[in-house]
Design a protein around this ligand. Structure first.
Ligand code: C2E
Ligand code: MG
Ligand code: MG
Ligand code: MG
Length: 284
């Protein structure tokens, strides 16, 4: 079997090894039921301009609010949702919710720039994605330039139809960024094949940035390459001031992480923006 590390250090098992387990069947049933009953919500984590300490956008992150089991993090259910294709209806809900929220925030003029949505490879492979997104643009009247689609490198590394879907998304005017950059294979060559707007440097390089010469060199290389390609770079997982400082020194203009803010409920967005604006004024 294949075992891969999840974002928070927990192990995600590729379905084969537990395909016959009762736990999985129960979880799958609960997942389906929760999609029907709407037991999901989105939290939003800001993306920050490092020099100005200004919020430049938000990333929507899904949470499963199970009526009995409580809050279940994405690392515990996204893989299963992908394997069972439940990610298709769930992903449609996520897109609709994020578009509506973006529209709302734009209407009251609190939204700085973009709302980012994570797209899974399974969604990109689905022939329904583009028609769905197109109908959502019509329905919500969202400006696609205010929506960013985050896709992991591996999502378009090997399959043609995924690249095709990404190109369609770009043609529709969406911003496309590559998530967890630096962890996949052939990173550099795929950049050449598919020029996304933004590279999100994986948090594993930021985690040990203070002590690892290697991580710093990798970040530096990514920044240099992005500059040449005219791409934007954002560092994920900044947890303290020192990491922010180093990342900035290495040439990253944007960052994201608990140091700036954890993911927050949508209702707290205006207050958080206010807080950042206030801090900046005091600093001037
Ligand atoms: P991601 O898209 O790379 O998102 C970043 C993850 O790192 C989020 O975890 C975020 O809460 C966490 N994070 C942010 N700042 C820090 C930090 O300073 N330190 C640490 N240790 N962690 C930080 P989350 O929300 O648990 O999501 C995990 C992954 O699940 C995401 O990684 C993404 O791959 C997936 N995911 C989350 N929401 C969605 C969604 O709506 N759709 C899809 N397809 N996948 C999603
Ligand atoms: Mg992401
Ligand atoms: Mg990431
Ligand atoms: Mg990830």
């Amino acid at each position: 079997y294949v075992k891969k590390q999840g974002g928070s250090g927990s192990a995600i098992f590729v379905p084969d090894m537990y395909s016959k387990s009762l736990d999985r069947i129960i979880l799958e049933n609960e997942l389906r039921k929760s999609v029907k009953e709407g037991h999901f919500l989105l939290e939003y984590q800001p993306k920050v301009n490092l020099a100005k300490e200004e919020i430049v956008g938000f990333e929507a992150l899904v949470r499963w609010q199970h009526p009995d089991l409580g809050r279940i993090p994405p690392d515990k259910f996204i893989a299963l949702a992908e394997e069972t294709k439940i990610i298709i209806p769930l992903g449609e809900w996520i897109l609709e919710e994020a578009f509506k929220k973006a529209k709302q925030l734009q209407a009251i003029r609190v939204l700085p720039t973009t709302i980012a949505v994570n797209l899974s490879a399974v969604q990109l492979e689905s022939p329904d994605l583009i028609p769905f997104v197109q109908s959502l643009i019509d329905k919500t009247r969202i400006d696609p330039a205010t929506i960013e689609m985050e896709v992991t490198e591996s999502a378009f590394a090997d399959r043609l139809e995924m690249s095709a879907a990404l190109i369609r998304l770009r043609d529709l005017g969406f911003v496309v960024s590559i998530d967890d950059f630096g962890t996949g294979f052939s990173s550099f060559s795929y950049i050449k094949e598919f020029p996304a707007e933004t590279l999100k440097i994986d948090m594993s390089f930021v985690r040990d940035i203070e002590t690892s010469e290697n991580s710093r060199a990798i970040i530096k290389a990514i920044v240099t390459m992005a500059d040449i390609a005219g791409m934007n770079v954002i560092a994920e997982g900044i947890e303290n001031a020192e990491q922010a400082e180093i990342v900035k020194r290495l040439g990253c203009r944007e960052g994201q992480g608990y140091y700036y803010s954890r993911p927050i409920p949508a209702t707290d967005i205006p207050e958080l923006i206010e807080k950042f604006t206030g801090t900046r004024r005091q600093g001037e």
